[in-house]
Design a protein. Structure first.
Length: 234
């Protein structure tokens, strides 16, 4: 059993992948690039919506299969080494882990942003009771959180988009929640492997795809531009 939101009917005619060149302007334009991270801190873990901070500031969430590099990606975005804990045990995240960042954007505006690390799906090392609880909790969060501006689906570029990733993306589309795909660990691909993967996967204007590496920092500015492109109206 996975911890993805409850399945919705698959679209009979899913959107066809478009050429990667369509996504290039997102990375090139950057819209100001990464902000200055004045402060970043762990707020706490929430096992139900009532435990979350009041929804007064914009918030972005990170979901994906276990062991795809979500924690490393978030640390890279926040310019911190160990704020978001990584684990040698896949599936270790057992709650909605909430982080807060104080940002100064490229235009000089300063303000807070919430970042939420969702429990990884696709791994079964936890009890059946825990896994049964995660699904509804994540679904409620994704559908009911009023200040959630975007969900980043994190994918290991070496493994590609899996069925669980597609289900999550389709669910987000179903509820009208903006999504983005972060292809991680691209530094571990050879030039030929990367070219082959890029021919297979590309984003759309609605679901941008960003190639990132927590090791080299590639894609950091581009992903930040996507994350800051929308603000919550709360």
């Amino acid at each position: 059993m996975t911890t993805t939101p409850s399945k919705t009917p698959r679209k009979k005619h899913p959107p066809k992948p478009i050429k990667a060149a369509v996504i290039a302007p997102i990375a090139a334009a950057k819209k100001g690039g990464a902000p200055n991270i004045v402060d970043a801190r762990f707020v706490g873990g929430a096992e139900q919506l009532a435990d979350l901070p009041a929804p007064v500031h914009s918030e972005v969430a990170f979901g994906g299969r276990s062991n795809v590099g979500k924690s490393s990606l978030m640390n890279m975005l926040l310019a911190r080494k160990k704020l978001v804990r990584t684990s040698s045990t896949p599936g270790a995240t057992r709650a909605l882990n909430v982080f807060a960042a104080d940002l100064i954007r490229a235009d000089g505006e300063r303000g807070p942003l919430g970042l939420v690390d969702l429990p990884g799906y696709g791994f079964a090392h936890r009890s059946k009771h825990e896994r049964a609880r995660w699904g509804p909790m994540i679904e409620q969060y994704l559908s009911m959180r009023p200040n959630l501006t975007r969900v980043v689906v994190v994918v290991d570029a070496r493994r590609g988009v899996r069925d669980e990733d597609l289900e999550l993306i389709e669910y987000l589309d179903h509820i009208g929640r903006p999504a983005a795909i972060a292809m991680t660990k691209v530094d571990k691909l050879s030039r030929a492997e990367r070219a082959a993967v890029q021919k297979t996967y590309a984003g759309t204007a609605e679901v941008p795809l960003i190639w990132v590496s927590a090791e080299t920092g590639e894609g950091r500015d581009a992903l930040w531009s996507v994350l800051l492109s929308q603000r919550a109206q709360v």
